[in-house]
Write a protein that binds this ligand. Structure first.
Ligand code: SUG
Length: 447
C-alpha cells in the first residue's frame, strides 16, 4: 500500500533573496547568508526520518541554477561568465531570481492524481505553471522532464505539461500545495479511491479576495487539473481559501491545512466558507472522515505562519496509525506544542506520534516539511514501474550525502551568485546526480 514521498533535493545555490511577496519568511530573511550544504543535509535527514518510519521515500533533483538560458532570453549574450558579470552589475534582482533553488519545494512541482481516481487508470501528474512568482516560472520545463525520467512508463503514468499562463482562462497553478486527497480510511495508496479537495485563492466568482498579498491559485486552474485526469466530479470539492489567511501569509493551502487518508488537520480560518467546505468533504468521504480543527484561540493565524504547524507531513505508518512530522519550530512555541499534545491525546484520531525535524534552512524561505515533498500515491504495480534509482535506500542516502559534501558550499551570499565557479560547481554536481539517479539528460546544459 505505497504512498511515496518524493522530496526535492535542495540545490547548490540555495539562498535568501526575498523573492516571494506574501511569503513572510522569504521577505524577512532577504539578504541573509545561506548554507546550501547544511540545507541539503537537513533535507536528507528528514528523508531518512520518514524512511525510518517505514514510509517509502524518493527524491527529485534540483534544477540548473543560475539559469543562463533565461538570461539569454532576456537579451544577455556572450559567454556564461560574461553574462553573469553583466547581469550582476545591471540587475542583481534578476540574477537572484534565476539562481533560486526554489525547485526544492516539490509540493509545488505538480498535482498528482492517482490511478484509482483517473478515467484511464493511470497516475496523472499535472506540472504546475507557478506563474505567480517569476523565479518559479522557470521551473515547469525541467520539472516535467524530471517527472518523466522518474515515472517513465507511459502505460502507467501521464505527465502533463504546465497549464498555459497566457490562456484566456485564468490559470494560476501551484500544484499539490493546494490539493489534498482524502480516502475513507488511513490507506492513502494509489489503490484506495480518493476524494479531492482543491483550494484556490481567487475565482472569477469570488466576492472576497485578499487585499494585501496575491492569491496564487485560481479556481479555473484547479478545475482544469481535475478535468485533465478526468476525475469524477462527484468526488471533487473546490473551496476558496480564506482571504484573511492569505493576507496573514498563508500563501498556499498547505500552510494551514494538511490531510491524509481519512484525516483532515486544519485551522478554523483555512477556508472562506468553512461550514460548507467541511460538510462537502463529510458528504464525499463518508462518516469515517475525522476533521481535527484548531481554533483561533488555540493558535492564531500569526502562530500558524510562524510555526508552520499545518505544513507538517501527516503520514500513514505501517501499523495504520498516523504520524505528524513537524518543523522543529513547533516544539519551540509552547502554545503550538500544547496543541499538538492535545491532538495526540485525543483518542478520536488515529494520530499516534509527532516527530520534530530541523529544516530551518528551508523554513527561512517559507518552506516547511510538507513543502519539501510531493506525495505520490501508487499501487504496488505502479511502484514497480517507477525509476528505482530515485527511491531512497540506505546506500542511495549514503551516496547522496557524499555527493552533497563533495559539491556544496557552506556559505552563500548574493554576491556569490555571479561567480562563474559556482555555475561550474552546480553543473558538475547535477551532471553527476543525473547518473546517480539514472535520470538521463534532463538539464539544458546537458542537451
Ligand atoms: O514559493 N519560497 C517558496 C516557498 C514554497 C513553499 N511551498 C509550499 N508551501 N508548498 C515560495 O514562496 C523564497 C525564495 C527566496 O525568497 O529566495 C521562495 O521561493
Amino acid at each position: 500500500m505505497p504512498e511515496v514521498n518524493f522530496d526535492g533535493l535542495i540545490g547548490p545555490t540555495h539562498s535568501y533573496a526575498g523573492l516571494s511577496y506574501g511569503n513572510v519568511a522569504s521577505s524577512k530573511n532577504q539578504g541573509a547568508l545561506s548554507n546550501p550544504r547544511a540545507a541539503a543535509l537537513q533535507g536528507l535527514a528528514k528523508m531518512e526520518a520518514v524512511a525510518a518510519l517505514g514510509v517509502l521515500q524518493g527524491v527529485l533533483p534540483p534544477h540548473e541554477r543560475p539559469h543562463v538560458p533565461t538570461l539569454r532570453a532576456h537579451g544577455y549574450s556572450g559567454s556564461d561568465a560574461e553574462i553573469l558579470a553583466l547581469v550582476a552589475q545591471e540587475n542583481s534582482v534578476l540574477l537572484a531570481r534565476v539562481s533560486s533553488a526554489s525547485a526544492m519545494w516539490t509540493a509545488n512541482a505538480a498535482t498528482v492524481l492517482p490511478s484509482a481516481d483517473t478515467a484511464d487508470g493511470r497516475t496523472h501528474f499535472v506540472t504546475a505553471n507557478l506563474r505567480a512568482m517569476f523565479h518559479r516560472t522557470i521551473e515547469p520545463v525541467v520539472t516535467a522532464r524530471a517527472l518523466e525520467a522518474t515515472f517513465q512508463n507511459p502505460a502507467r503514468f501521464a505527465v502533463h505539461e504546465a497549464l498555459p499562463s497566457n490562456s484566456s482562462d485564468d490559470y494560476g497553478d501551484e500544484g499539490a500545495a493546494n490539493h489534498t486527497r482524502l480516502t475513507a480510511s488511513s490507506d492513502n495508496s494509489g489503490d484506495a479511491r480518493g476524494v479531492h479537495l482543491f483550494v484556490y485563492g481567487a475565482a472569477q466568482s469570488s466576492t472576497r479576495t485578499p487585499a494585501r498579498f496575491p492569491a496564487r491559485q485560481t479556481r479555473s486552474a484547479s478545475e482544469r487539473v481535475a478535468q485533465l485526469a478526468r476525475l469524477d466530479p462527484a468526488r471533487c470539492v473546490f473551496a476558496q481559501q480564506n482571504a484573511d489567511a492569505i493576507d496573514a501569509g498563508v500563501f498556499h493551502n498547505d500552510v494551514i491545512c494538511v490531510g491524509n487518508g481519512n484525516a483532515l488537520f486544519c485551522h478554523e480560518d483555512a477556508f472562506e466558507t468553512r461550514e460548507a467546505t467541511l460538510n462537502a468533504l463529510r458528504a464525499a468521504v463518508g462518516e469515517t472522515l475525522t476533521i481535527i480543527e484548531l481554533t483561533r484561540e488555540e493558535i492564531t493565524l500569526e502562530e500558524v505562519v510562524k510555526s508552520y504547524l499545518f505544513n507538517s507531513q501527516l503520514l500513514t505508518l505501517p501499523d495504520h496509525t498516523m504520524a505528524l512530522l513537524c518543523p522543529i519550530e513547533c516544539a519551540e512555541n509552547p502554545r503550538v506544542k500544547a496543541a499538538i499534545d492535545r491532538v495526540l491525546a485525543d483518542s478520536g484520531t488515529s494520530l499516534s506520534r509527532a516527530i520534530f525535524m530541523d529544516v530551518r534552512e528551508s523554513m527561512r524561505n517559507g518552506g516547511g516539511p510538507a513543502c519539501l515533498r510531493l506525495r505520490v500515491p501508487l499501487s504496488d504495480a505502479d511502484l514497480r514501474a517507477v525509476n528505482q534509482e530515485t527511491l531512497l535506500t540506505p546506500a542511495k542516502l549514503a551516496a547522496l550525502r557524499v555527493w552533497v559534501n563533495t559539491h556544496y558550499r557552506e556559505t552563500l551570499h548574493a554576491d556569490d551568485l555571479a561567480d562563474p565557479a559556482l555555475l561550474r560547481e552546480s553543473r558538475s554536481a547535477l551532471d553527476e546526480l543525473t547518473r546517480l539517479l539514472a535520470l538521463g539528460n534532463i538539464y539544458d546544459f546537458q542537451r
